[in-house]
Design a protein around this ligand. Structure first.
Ligand SMILES: [Zn+2]
Length: 498
């Protein structure tokens, strides 16, 4: 019985040591496990009785094994404080891994921020070029409706040389009876059926519709606000004031907004709109023919129409919704500016000078350039996502400030990121791309011309020394590499082949 208990405790002791060794950094684990097992052998021999079983002695042995846990934790802490293995410390893969992690964080954040997603989605949609909003020439505010249904009927009935398509809508502030919610006041636009085809704007979530009821198209913000972005909203029946219609889809969000920013569009045939008895004015959108575009003066085109009593009235066609800034092209411009400005903030020459005639081979030089290209590429991608995150986390996509903020953020991140990448490259060993470290002061300040003084750094792989003069002179201006031969190997216990 006692023998069985002893064997059980022996297995427990070895298990504790094995579990503790898992806390030790992998490179040192086998050595420490061997050390602890040999110590345990001695402790068991000294403490345990030759025959029989002693709880007191066994407790001492188990306490000894448990002592391996704080030892392992201490080893682990020391390993991280000292920067880990010399082979990993400051290595090129470690640098790329850190940058890739930062890039992944920025990309995930961009994926989670609704403002960024809305901006990226809206960049896929563009309003058709050549559209103008026709309004009274005396009115400069495009949000004020000026065109009556009678004028629309008149324009629609006559042949036009300057325009090839018209769409018309007028807005009312009326009650929307939402399902499972209290009636609410919406800005409802009564629009012609061709409004969205004229804008060349696809309607999202559209589904085949029976033609029994008028079609209702929701604005993106009304869909998000009152329908909680429900993707199955199409096909539902909705009552707007005294008209019952069926939801046909949702307009994609974008920096463009139609005048008066309606919550929903109730689509009606053009003949019905033109025959409306109301005299409430609305908005008339037209698409210019090439002839009409040639008549544009700046962003507007003057229009004179003959009224019913042979009196001329002046209208103006104002270019409608200039194309929004694409966030990708904004970033490309920021990247271009950062590359242009880089020589102003740092020296971009990477030519190296050396004390010896030794030069790294073609493969190592190629690896060095590929590493620099990888760093610059990842930093550019970080700049792209980070500038989107910074801009569209707080700023509305319709704000005119948004592209400007994105441009500045992208420019600053790329400029200083590239500056760091070039500076980092200068301190990378040309042989193994590891960052040189352990700076040491060499020489005395007066030895500027007959000797040199400055800082000496070493590659932990034992390949090179980097000499950086503290006071650049005509004969020693740029940092110089000193390639170490095999006579230096005894200094580097962890020297690895590059
Ligand atoms: Zn090296």
């Amino acid at each position: 019985m006692n023998s069985l208990v002893s064997r059980g405790f022996k297995a427990l002791d070895y298990s504790v040591l094995s579990a503790s060794s898992l806390l030790v950094p992998a490179t040192q684990r086998p050595e420490w496990l061997r050390e602890w097992r040999s110590e345990l052998w001695h402790v068991r021999r000294e403490c345990l009785p030759c025959c029989g079983f002693s709880w007191e002695a066994q407790r001492g042995v188990t306490a000894f094994c448990a002592g391996a846990i704080p030892d392992a934790l201490s080893l682990r802490r020391h390993f991280h404080v000292s920067g880990g293995s010399p082979a990993v410390h400051g290595s090129a893969p470690q640098c790329v891994l850190w940058l890739a992690t930062l890039l992944a964080l920025c990309a995930v954040l961009a994926r989670l921020l609704p403002g960024v997603q809305t901006e990226l989605e809206s960049a896929r949609y563009h309003i058709r070029p050549g559209l103008i909003l026709i309004q009274n020439a005396a009115i400069t505010d495009s949000s004020i409706p000026t065109i009556t249904p009678a004028q629309f009927a008149d324009w629609r009935a006559t042949r036009q040389r300057s325009f090839d398509a018209f769409a018309y809508y007028r807005t009312l502030r009326d009650t929307a009876f939402l399902p499972a919610a209290r009636p609410t006041k919406w800005t409802i636009a009564h629009a012609t059926l061709n409004l969205f085809p004229l804008l060349d704007l696809p309607v999202k979530l559209a589904s085949p519709m029976p033609s029994d009821l008028p079609a209702i198209v929701l604005s993106h913000h009304a869909w998000a606000r009152d329908f909680h972005s429900d993707p199955r909203v199409a096909g539902r029946i909705l009552r707007l004031a005294h008209v019952t219609g069926r939801i046909a889809g949702v307009v994609p969000e974008g920096p463009w907004r139609l005048p008066d920013d309606p919550d929903a569009w109730l689509l009606e045939p053009s003949s019905q709109m033109a025959a409306a008895t109301t005299s409430a004015p609305g908005y008339l959108l037209a698409h210019l023919t090439p002839f009409g575009q040639a008549e544009m003066i700046g962003q507007s085109v003057p229009i004179t129409v003959q009224g019913p009593s042979d009196s001329d009235s002046d209208l103006a066609g104002v270019s409608f919704c200039p194309q929004s800034e694409d966030p990708w092209s904004t970033f490309e411009f920021a990247l271009f500016l950062a590359l242009l400005a880089l020589p102003a903030v740092t020296s971009v020459t990477l030519s190296e000078s050396s004390f010896s005639t030794f030069r790294p081979g073609f493969k190592r030089r190629l690896a060095r350039w590929l590493f620099l290209a990888a760093k610059l590429g990842i930093i550019a991608a970080i700049g792209c996502y980070a500038s989107l995150d910074l801009t569209y986390s707080r700023i509305d996509i319709a704000s005119p400030w948004a592209p400007f903020v994105q441009l500045v953020a992208g420019f600053v991140i790329c400029l200083f990121g590239f500056r760091w990448a070039v500076a980092d490259q200068r301190q990378r060993c040309p042989v193994c791309l590891r960052r040189v470290t352990h700076p040491a002061r060499v020489g005395i300040a007066s030895c500027t011309f007959l000797g040199w003084n400055g800082t000496e750094m070493v590659c932990l792989g034992g390949h090179t020394l980097l000499h950086v003069p503290s006071l650049p002179t005509s004969w020693f201006g740029a940092p110089r590499w000193l390639y170490l031969d095999h006579s230096w190997d005894f200094l580097f216990a962890n020297k690895t082949a590059a």
